[in-house]
Design a binder for this molecule. Structure first.
Ligand code: FAD
Length: 485
């Protein structure tokens, strides 16, 4: 039976990101993807938010996405745009880029890494024991893996087979989304009415139109047809614009659910397999990519035996609350997209409030993911928060902090006089850098924070320890996150 350290079910954004993280950590990984290749039919998600751009920047690949997208102020709550151009980050914006482009760029990236992908094959089930997981496939003999990760989307076979509950809220409304050709030129842009929010956009090919239309009644779970789309368009616009030749038609709803556990033994979940919600605010893809970046280095260390299996529990502890919060805000945001008079009155009030500085920053911090703080205890405001991408001066010349994270390794950054902290026992695992930084220390939402003497940065870019000139607690932090010395 073929064996791999990790098998990932699903090669969407979460699965590909996780595969990259494991490959960077030299872990043998196989992705099993049911599609015949990486091509995603239809545009689907419209972009990624600031923290996700940063995460890609931490791996040195953000430029590939920036080159094919458009920087926009698109962090939204309800129908209110939350300008975040004053946030202290190199990427104080969202990136408008269709999901099929995102997936193509990711697929090209992981093709450069030692990632194996088995296309046209489905994970149909699994059984697990104390030493591994036997993964059943639609095509061919089963595989053996130390760990199986379900990145197989909202209807996750892995989640269901693991018996992990998916509590939440049933759908109350549905939208049709499609790319079609038309015989009449439709009005471009967003329209809000008593039914909900609708949008018509001519695609880059100049031929097709992307249609998103709210249905008058919650649609069935069957695949929508051109007839359904026509009916929904006529209800809103009085015409269907002569739609024909659909590239794809799909239906999404405001069903909101989150897996009660992110791990069952040797089986884990990430991305939409762990949480689904209405796309208001456009956070789903970003959440999945960040799940993968949180999980990847932890799983790599457990597979290599550097860390105990309990490190994997921190994945759920850290990422479950982030998604739970996104689900709450998305439900609220989705409600604000209704167009009846009473909701419009509420939207006006919320818009007025959200345009004020503090609420704007707070909401933009949530949507962008820049405000995430993992609970690593009390201490300096940097603890548990993302490390800013500072311009450092080192003996080898200028260096950006994010450049230090390209290999997905932990970094001990000494910004003080040198000496003091002895991290030699972890020298093979943690990269040590002496550097100077003279600029301001500023965090999104929080503002200015005191300059630390040293920081321990995890491979996902979050700060695991902050030094005040002494080495108090550094040994514990190193052992907690990167194994016993
Ligand atoms: C209209 C719309 C707009 C959106 N807009 C945004 C946005 O602007 N920003 C944003 O962040 N998110 C947005 N989203 C959400 C986003 O599309 C998803 O959250 C994202 O695709 C989730 O990524 P994933 O990798 O977890 O799952 P998926 O993208 O669903 O990928 C799962 C993969 O697993 C494969 N698979 C499934 N089952 C199996 C199996 N048993 N075996 C093997 N392979 C399997 C599938 O073929 C697929 O490739 C939007 C969604 C919709 C519908």
């Amino acid at each position: 039976m073929a064996e791999h350290a990790v098998v990932i079910a699903g090669g969407g954004p979460a699965g590909m990101m996780l595969a990259a993280e494991l490959a960077l950590a030299n872990v043998d990984v196989l992705v099993v993807e049911q599609r015949p290749d990486h091509v995603l039919v239809g545009s689907r998600a419209g972009g990624i938010h600031s923290r996700t751009i940063e995460v890609l920047d931490q791996r040195g690949v953000a430029d590939r996405f920036l080159a094919e997208g458009q920087a926009v102020q698109a962090a939204m709550f309800g129908t209110t745009v939350l300008d975040m151009s004053d946030f202290p980050t190199r990427h104080p914006y969202s990136l408008g880029i269709w999901q099929n482009k995102i997936e193509r760029i990711m697929a090209d990236w992981i093709a450069e890494l030692p990632v194996r992908i088995s296309y046209g094959c489905e994970v149909t089930g699994f059984t697990q024991d104390d030493t591994g997981v036997e993964v059943e496939l639609s095509d061919g003999p089963p595989l053996r893996a130390q760990y199986l990760v379900g990145c197989d989307g909202g209807r996750s076979t892995v989640r269901k087979t693991a018996g992990i509950e998916f509590p939440g809220w049933d759908a109350t409304k549905s939208n049709l989304i499609a790319e079609v050709e038309v015989t009449e030129e439709p009005p471009q842009g967003i329209r809000t009415d008593a039914i909900g929010v609708h949008g018509l956009h001519r695609m880059e090919d100049g031929r097709t139109v992307r249609v998103v239309v709210t249905e008058r009644r919650l649609g069935p779970s069957t695949d929508p047809t051109l007839g359904d789309l026509s009916e929904a368009l006529v209800a809103v616009y009085g015409t269907d614009f002569g739609i024909h030749s659909p590239i794809w038609i799909s239906r999404f709803t405001d069903m909101t659910r989150q897996a009660s556990a992110y791990r069952s033994g040797r089986v884990l979940l990430a991305g939409d397999a762990a949480h689904v919600h209405y796309p208001a605010g456009g956070q789903g893809l970003s959440l999945g990519v960040q799940d993968a970046v949180n999980l990847g280095w932890k799983l790599a260390q457990v597979v290599k035996g550097t860390s105990p299996e309990s490190l994997l529990d921190t994945y759920r502890d850290e990422r479950h609350p982030v998604a739970a919060r996104a689900l709450r805000y998305t439900m609220a945001s989705g409600l604000l997209q209704r167009g009846d008079e009473r909701t419009r009155a509420l939207v006006d009030v919320v818009s007025e409030l959200a345009s004020m500085d503090e609420p704007r920053r707070r909401l933009a911090g949530i949507i962008s993911g820049l405000d995430i703080r993992y609970d690593l205890g009390e201490g300096h405001p940097l603890l548990g928060r993302r490390m800013p991408d500072l311009d450092l001066a080192t003996a080898d010349g200028p260096l950006r902090v994010f450049t230090l994270l390209h290999e997905a390794e932990p970094v001990f950054l000494n910004l003080g006089e040198g000496g003091g902290v002895d991290v030699t026992p972890w020298a093979g695992r943690v990269r040590m850098i002496d550097a100077e930084y003279v600029g301001p220390w500023e965090l999104p939402i929080i503002g200015a924070v005191p300059a630390p003497g040293a920081v321990l940065i995890r491979p996902d870019g979050y700060v695991a320890w902050v030094g005040d000139g002494t080495d108090t607690g550094v040994g514990d932090a190193l052992a907690t996150w990167f194994g016993a010395p």
